[in-house]
Write a protein that binds this ligand. Structure first.
Ligand code: SF4
Length: 92
């Protein structure tokens, strides 16, 4: 495996490890979401689906997005659409 590919995978792994609390929050919320939180999630996903950064369910990192699976991230109530886009914010 080339050094460039290894370094890319190391960066991706570090990013996933750093995001574990948000991923856990999203999984729990998705499984137990109230009507209000489900509405927040679906509203966020509708915004993402109309965004040029959105590609096949992901916020495309090749276009400057966060690289997250948006079908899950929208359930993380403390998460936000990344800078510089900021199309939706946290719901507390
Ligand atoms: S999180 Fe923001 S930038 Fe990413 S796809 Fe959704 S609206 Fe677009």
């Amino acid at each position: 495996m080339q050094t460039k590919t290894i370094n890319k995978r190391i960066r991706q792994t570090k990013k996933v490890l750093k995001s574990l609390p948000q991923i856990a929050e999203a999984v729990v919320t998705k499984a137990t979401a109230s009507n209000t939180k489900e509405l927040v999630a679906q509203s966020r996903l509708a915004i993402c689906k109309s965004c040029p950064i959105y590609t096949n369910g992901y916020c495309d990192s090749e276009k400057g997005g966060c690289g997250c699976d948006m079908t899950l991230k929208v359930y993380c109530m403390s998460c936000t659409c990344p800078e510089p886009f900021k199309k939706w914010g946290a719901y507390e």
